[in-house]
Design a protein around this ligand. Sequence first.
Ligand code: NAP
Length: 264
Amino acid sequence: MKKLDGKIAVVTGASKGIGAEIAKHLAAEGAAVVVNYASSKEGADLVVDEIASAGGKAIAIQANMSKKAEIQRLFTQMQEVFGRLDILVNNAGIYENLPLEDITEEHFHKQFDLNVLGLILTLQEGVKHFGSAGGSIINISSIVSTLAPANSSVYSATKAAVDAVTKSLAKELGPRRIRINSVNPGMVETEGTHAAGIAQSDFQKQTEAHTPLGRTGQPQDIAPAVVFLASSDSAWITNHLREATGLTSATRTALSVSGVQLQT
Ligand code: NAP
């Protein structure tokens, strides 16, 4: 018997990076998974194929998770295929760094519309599909929600908002037996950090030098924490912000004080 046998999961932004690995880990534990993507159909299909080859069950559904109508369509399609929802992973998110003087309305809305508004609309729609047995929601936040590096005021603010949403909704959804937690990763090597020029940069080396575990995270470091929060192993855990950073609290403080910029 696997930990998530018979469970239905939606993972937003699962065509690559952390989301793809979460989808694969949930499926490996027995969940049937909706692999959401915005533009990378090829990436999403690859994740679905990998899950199927390993004996799991998954479908890909395209939807821009910052748009209410597309979010509603995703859950309608999910309901038609799987009939209900047990696990919702809000992973879709974007990150951009700019100093104060360069911040534009576009920079603000691009990040807030997906990372915060989209997450809230997804939660609003998603919870309609949980049954009377409840379920588990995991929001992928970031260490920046509390570390708040320089040049990251807007992105850090989106993730601080995600943490606040997690805490508030834990109180609202608890009576419905729906648990909600955040995973707050440090720097993780993904397609996104490569595209942003963060991965393999001097900055990455600098960050690793301050990390007791001596390396950048990989998506495989994050996915098991999500499986734990999705499963009954965490049946009495809600409203929890779980760091996955490789940092001790002392190093964390040193990083904030010394102004090292953790960019994701
Ligand atoms: P990534 O490699 O850039 O992948 C992003 C994923 O999100 C892709 O599957 C992408 O789909 C999807 N996406 C983007 N815009 C979307 C939209 N409007 N609607 C639906 N899906 C959308 O990102 P990542 O590095 O894995 O980051 C994933 C999450 O972890 C984000 O929330 C990020 O803030 C958080 N995080 C990352 C790090 C890090 O160091 N990497 C650290 C802490 C937290 P398409 O390819 O189809 O567009």
